[in-house]
Design a protein around this ligand. Structure first.
Ligand SMILES: [Zn+2]
Length: 318
């Protein structure tokens, strides 16, 4: 254990380490500690913690820095943002360490360390145009240019009209990101647990790295409405009095398209009716036609949202 016989700054609530002059600085007795990208110009020493989720490899050496200033008290969460030297954490619960957060990490006192040494987000630390830090914040944003960074817990970000490739970097737990739009590939990096990223049917998404557990990436299926040109009700509404040949499409629950053989989200049935109608009721049928199938891959009516107007897109994505 390092020497904490240092001047003590007692605080309460959430504590933010930014612009500390006296280092090494000790932070004691907090719940979670979130360490931002590029925040510690030195080594982060975790003396004891339950879980450490980290994108910095935990191979720093356990040296014995004498703490020159200690921050403790009735603390909730800690946010480390800008410290020009070593940081020592004592008696904390979980620690979440972003990519390039510190020059080195000594996590020898942690019960368990989660570290995925695969790929790291290239946008760190300045390339995110949406940054959310804290607890239970909500943010809505339209068509971000490059990415979203969340640091904390129980935050909620909703992206609309996404049109380009995005990076999502989540550091913490129980955060949710929902992305709707018409084009783009979403690359997700997790440092922590129980986070979720869900994207709309016209986007793709995948997990690039996970330093943690129970994080999820999901892509919504394409709805049948995207393939249906005319519903049955719409077709019949147009048949007032006289003989009409109607064509419409109905949703099915098929997972494979009988027409093109693809696995598909939105397989629809194409139906026809040639009949004599009185006020949209067929009183004499000439031909009920056959049934044919089509899906988002083979239908001439599959409306990629790119070709939709804003209102149509809203309807499709509803
Ligand atoms: Zn098909």
């Amino acid at each position: 254990m390092t020497d904490w016989n240092a001047p003590t700054d007692r605080q309460s609530g959430d504590v933010r380490l930014s612009g500390e002059r006296q280092t090494p600085v000790g932070l004691g007795a907090t719940e979670d500690v979130f360490v931002a990208p590029g925040s510690i110009d030195g080594t982060l020493h975790v003396e004891d913690a339950e879980y450490v989720f980290t994108d910095v490899p935990a191979n720093g050496t356990a040296s014995d820095p004498t703490v020159r200033k200690a921050i403790t008290g009735d603390l909730e969460d800690g946010y480390v943002e800008d410290v020009p030297g070593d940081v020592v954490l004592r008696n904390v619960e979980d620690v979440f360490v972003a990519h390039e957060a510190a020059n080195a990490l000594d996590a020898s006192g942690a019960e368990q360390v989660f570290h995925d040494d695969g790929t790291a987000p290239t946008a760190v630390p300045d390339g995110f145009d949406v940054t959310l830090s804290g607890w239970q914040h909500a943010r809505e944003t339209r068509d971000p240019r490059n990415g979203i960074l969340i640091r904390g817990a129980k935050n909620d970000v909703h992206v609309t009209e996404a049109s380009r490739d995005l990076t999502v970097y989540i550091i913490g737990w129980d955060n949710e990101v929902r992305i709707e739009g018409h084009d783009g590939d979403v690359t997700v990096f997790f440092v922590g647990r129980d986070n979720e990223v869900r994207v709309g049917p016209y986007l793709s998404a995948s997990t690039a790295a996970e330093s943690g557990y129970d994080n999820r990436v999901a892509v919504d299926p394409i709805p049948p409405e995207a393939v249906i040109e005319t519903s049955k009700d719409e077709a019949f509404d147009h048949a007032t009095i006289g003989r009409h040949k109607l064509t419409w499409q109905e949703p099915t629950d098929k997972e494979w398209c009988p027409n093109c053989g693809s696995e598909a989200d939105a397989v629809v049935k194409r139906r026809q009716k040639d009949a004599f109608f009185v006020f949209s009721v067929a009183i004499r049928s000439y031909d009920d036609g056959g049934v044919s199938y089509e899906c988002e891959h083979c239908s001439p009516h599959a409306v990629g949202p790119v070709s939709l107007s804003e209102d149509e897109r809203r309807n499709v994505l509803r």
